[in-house]
Design a protein. Structure first.
Length: 318
């Protein structure tokens, strides 16, 4: 395994999204004729890896993905798509007993959707996957985690990475109804909740910077080292336990927000892997998330570094 480049490792879910578009969604027991469909890469673990891979192209940063896929056609498609983004799949395991995870997505003419997720191999991820990816986890400069695989596996990966000095970044999505495992809070260097996740975790809706600051204080009190509250069109509030700040939003014309969160975390990881301070990394992450909303899709909406740099130069922070 090459050791010369700083490594971003995403440990998490891999899905294939099957999306159908129709004028309206069917009622129970009803069949409607659709207008189009697409079969694309999905899952927060793979989306963040793909976005980081596109950013890192031509740089000194390496990107890899650990998790599980099935030994099926969807698993083969996921591999092909991820390799296209330059993601090293050496730590990825194939599961003979579980199918690759899928999301069945229906979208109507107004953009309303209904989604059924079948986790498949993702829900079988456990500490044996952490052991199998041990060398990669221990070498990671940044470990990207999400909550679409069981929390016990997330906790085991976080512990192993932090022992070796990695920066552990948790995207608390989907926000669990019963909250995070008590032990997991202590293993998180940076948590990045959006507005709904912040409310789920703290009971505070971050509608103002002051709201976000109060929510961040509650999360810091649980044991995390730094908090980034993603406030959508109102920017990002960050607090590292000592210093805090508000990063203003970038002004763009959004057409699809589905990839914003994953591209944000990928941009954050890319900047941190290069040694940038948190305040600067937040700005890079925000630019990545903003650009992702200007294109349709999930992984395919991820921006390249040249576009991110151009946006930051065009809209420097005051």
């Amino acid at each position: 395994m090459p050791n010369s480049k700083p490594l971003i490792l995403s440990f998490g879910s891999i899905n294939i999204d099957v999306t159908a578009r129709a004028v309206r969604l069917p009622l129970p027991g009803e069949t409607v004729h659709g207008e189009s469909y697409a079969v694309m890469l999905g899952g927060k673990g793979s989306n963040q890896a793909a976005a980081a891979g596109r950013l890192a192209s031509g740089s000194e940063v390496q990107v890899a993905l650990a998790g599980r896929i099935g030994q099926d056609g969807f698993g083969a498609q996921a591999r092909q798509e991820l390799e296209r983004f330059g993601v090293d799949l050496s730590p990825l395991r194939e599961d003979a007993s579980h199918a690759t995870g899928i999301a069945l997505i229906g979208i109507d003419g107004s953009g309303e959707n209904c989604i059924t997720v079948v986790g498949g191999a993702n829900m079988a991820v456990d500490e044996t996957d952490v052991d199998a990816a041990s060398d990669w986890i221990e070498r990671a400069a940044v470990l990207l985690l999400q909550l679409e695989v069981p929390q016990q596996a997330v906790l085991a990966a976080a512990r192993k990475a932090r022992i070796k000095g990695a920066i552990v970044v948790l995207d608390p999505a989907p926000a669990p109804e019963k909250g995070l495992l008590d032990a997991l809070w202590q293993e998180i260097d940076i948590i990045t909740p959006n507005e709904s996740e912040t409310f789920q975790l703290t009971g505070i809706r971050p509608e103002t910077v002051e709201d976000a600051a109060r929510a961040a204080d509650l999360l810091l009190a649980k044991g995390v080292k730094s908090v980034l509250v993603k406030m959508g069109s109102r920017g990002v509030f960050w607090h590292d336990g000592t210093r805090s700040g508000h990063s203003a939003p970038f002004y763009i014309e959004p057409i699809d927000t589905v990839a914003a969160g994953d591209c944000f975390n990928a941009g954050l990881a890319f900047a941190l892997a290069q040694g940038k301070p948190l305040s600067e990394a937040v700005r890079v992450a925000s630019a990545c998330g903003a650009l992702a909303t200007t294109r349709h899709g999930a992984a395919d909406a991820a921006p390249a570094w040249d576009a991110v740099a151009a946006l930051m130069n065009a809209q420097p922070e005051a």
